[in-house]
Design a protein. Sequence first.
Length: 535
Amino acid sequence: MSPVCGRYDRGVTTSGTRLNPTLLKTLVKERRLTVEETVNVLQRRADRMGENGFSLTERQLRRWLKGDVSSTDGVRAANVRVTEAEFHWPIGVLLSVDQRKMARPVSQPAEHDGRPLRTEQFVAWIAEHSALSYAAVYTAVADGAAKVAATSLVTRAATNHAHSRVSRAQVASALRAYYGDDADFYTARVGRSEIELSILAGPGWLGLSIPLGGAAEKCRLTTRDDRQTPHLSDPQTQSAIDRLAAVEAGDTMMVNNPLYRLIAINIESGRLQAEFGCTSFASYALTTDLLETELLVQIADGLRHPSRMSLPLRDAWLSTARAALAVDRRVCVGGPVCLVAIADGDQYHLLVQERSSQVLNVAGALAVIPKAFHQPTVDPHGETHVSTTVERELEEELLGRPDLEQLSIASSKLAAPLHPLNASAPMAWLHANPDAWRMECTGFGVNMVSGNYEFACLVVIHDPAWWSLHGNVLEANWEAMRLHRYSSTDYDGVVALIADPRWSNEGLFALLEGLRRLAVIDPAHVRVPVTQVAA
C-alpha cells in the first residue's frame, strides 16, 4: 500500500481501465459525500488547521478520486497535509488502490503478492515475543487476512452482530462470576435501578475532586527497568496473529505508538501521585486487549458461567484482582475518560459519542468524549501528566485539531506539537481565561475487562461565553461515528442515557462519577439521578 519509487499503485489494466477504486474514493463514498461537499469538508479542515495555502479544486479532487495521478510532485504541500489530516492516511495510500477489503485467494501465499502488510510493526513485535520467526508470523498474518476476507459477508456480519448484542451488564455479570468475592466492583444506584460495572476501585478512589494541571497532580516518568512484556505461548501467539489478520482484512486503525504504563498510584488528601514507564501499543494490543474478545465470544455462545467458560488468556494474564492491582508487575496501560460539561444559560451541555468501527477499542459503544490512551507525542518526560493528555485529546476529538499520534505523515514531524501557539482558537480562549473552566479527576479504577487503568475526569466550562463563541466548532473526529448532546437539567433524558445497554464499561464509569461531581459544583443547574455509589 506504499508508493513504490515515488509512484502509486493505480490499479488499472494496460488499456487504462480501472480495476479497483482508490482508498480516497472509498472513504468519500462511505461518508456519502459529493465532490463539492468533500472540497468543502477539506476547506473547513484547512481553516481549523490554519492552512491558508490550501486550494484543492473539484477538478483536482476528481483526478485524485479516479487515481488519475502517478505522484504528488508539484501538488501544494498544504493540500496534502489537509487531506491526510481529514482522512487519517498518508497521501500515497489514499491515492492508491483501496486494499483494505480486497480478498486474496486463500491458496495464494500472501508473501508472494508484493503487497506489504499495514501491521508490519506488530508482526515484528510478535516475532520478538514468541517462538516464531518474522517470516513465519508475516506469512501467518497474511494468510489469516486472506481467509477472513474470503469469508462471506453474511458470516462476518452475523458474528459481529452476535458480539455487539453482548451488553455491558452481561460482561459485568460474567466477570463478577469469574472473580467472585476476590474483587470489589463499582456499583451505582440510578433512580430505582442499580448499575454494576467491571471497574475495580480501591479505597479512596471514588468521589474525587482532584484539580488537574496544578500542584495537586504529580506525575513522573520512572527510570525503572521496563521489560515486563511477556513471552507468548503458542496459543497466545495464535490469538495475536488472529487479531492482526482481522485488522488487515478490515479498516481498523492501528499505529504502534508509545504508551505510558502505570507503575505506581497514590490518591489521598485531594492529591494524585502517579509513576509511569513507557511501553509500546503492541505490548497491549496483542496481549491484554485480547481479553475482551475472548470474553465476548464465550458470552455470545451462551457460556456465561465461569465453570463452563474457556478463558485461557484471562487465566494467564488477569486471573485475580490481586494480579490486576499489581501494576508494577505487568504491562498496565490506560488513560483518561472525560465527561465534558459546557455551560449555556441555565444548563450544561453534556457530550456523548458513539464509537466508530475504525477504532480498536469498544467500537460501536457509547462513551464520553474525549476518551484516550495516556501517551506521549515527542517528549515522554514532559507529557506525563494526565492533564496533558486530556487537553490534547479535547482538541483532537472535539475541537478540530489534527491527530498527533502519527496517523499522518505531517503529525509525526512536529518538534513541539503542544506549543501554545499551536493551540486551536477554542483552547487558546480557555488558556487565556483560566477562571472560566476546570479539569478534575473524579475517580480512578482498574478496568477488569482489559486490565487498563482508567482516570475518570471532568472538564467543566462554566463561563457561557465559551459556548457562544466556540460551540459551533464542536465536531467529533474519526474516532466517533456520531455525537450526542444532553442537557444537565433533563432528568428523564439522563436516566435513559445511563440505562442504555450500549455503554462501554469505562465510559459509564466516567459519566457517573462526572455527574456526581458536577452536581456538587453547580447543584442549581444539574438534575443528577445518581444517588449512591459503592465499590
